[in-house]
Design a protein around this ligand. Sequence first.
Ligand SMILES: Nc1ncnc2c1ncn2[C@@H]1O[C@H](COP(=O)(O)OP(=O)(O)O)[C@@H](O)[C@H]1O
Ligand SMILES: [Mg+2]
Length: 341
Amino acid sequence: MADGDVYSGLPRDEERTFETILRPRSFEEFVGREGTVRNLKTWIAGARLRGEPLDHILFSGPPGLGKTSLAYIIASELEVNIKSTSGPALDRPRDLVGLLTNLRRGDVLFIDEIHRLDVRVEEYLYSAMEDFFISIIIDPGPHGRAIKMDLKPFTLIGATTREGLLAAPLRSRFQILERLDFYGADELAEIVLNSAQTLEIGLEQEAARLIGTRSRGTPRVANRLLRRIRDVAQAGGSDTITTDIAEEGLSRLGVDEMGLSDVDRKVLLCLARNGARPVGLKTIAAVVGEEEGTIQDVYEPFLIRRGLLERTARGRVISEKGLEAVSDYLGTEGRRQGGLL
Ligand SMILES: Nc1ncnc2c1ncn2[C@@H]1O[C@H](COP(=O)(O)OP(=O)(O)O)[C@@H](O)[C@H]1O
Ligand SMILES: [Mg+2]
């Protein structure tokens, strides 16, 4: 098991069922993000009063913070159907046309990883989003004809971990942009307490708090840790997760007091060894053994948020605080090489 996976916030196939069980189904069950929730409730109420479909919404932020959950909650509040797909899955315009023409008035189309849409598919979305029609080109060639197909007004909800990669014409067609940020320890503790109840396992308040501080600000990670620690408890014949059990589970999983994972530490160590010299993303990825995109979407945002890493025009550098965080792991040799001694 690669520790990087445990804390990455990226969904994994084998936990689908588990995620479905723990996914919040209403705004009431959705912990935190009060500002976003308040806004969404207002826009939903307005749209319902006018009997119009909700404006298109783009959710952006690192994986595991609730983008997909919110899309489903919105559809359920609107009492409409939701069709779900993703950028990479929609590789032919024909697939998108099929989805769009099957939508009923007011339905939600959810496109995950929307920054990975094929450009040809994306172009169809422009008129669909703006004026609810698509032009289908039949018989391509010099005498090609396009037929216009009207669509039922619908709501597109897009989710992206990389807002910066979205083409400007696509981005500008979303009337509502909501950025999701990392969660605080209290919110994460509340999330695991709720999850423990659903999973019918006891969880002491203190233990919940401990898991909350070690989850990289990410609900998906918090639930994943809970699941692992539940195994530790049950294997030891306990039906309640105590602080001791939580401690044991967390240390077994390699998460440290600051809530940093192995990959976080590797990134910081790589930077620390370069002292004040900025390091490029490619180098970090190679040293750490993760994809560039994963470093950028998953690890970096958290390290930046915690003030451990800084992004400069020439690359990434470690902060004073970051150095402190990994000082125990930096051997004398490493510090000397990095010009820190
Ligand atoms: N605000 C929240 N309250 C409670 N649980 C949450 C919240 N946000 C995320 N989760 C949990 O984390 C899991 C992953 O959330 P998800 O919506 O799939 O994230 P994303 O789509 O941003 O990757 C959900 O299944 C749910 O268990
Ligand atoms: Mg998602």
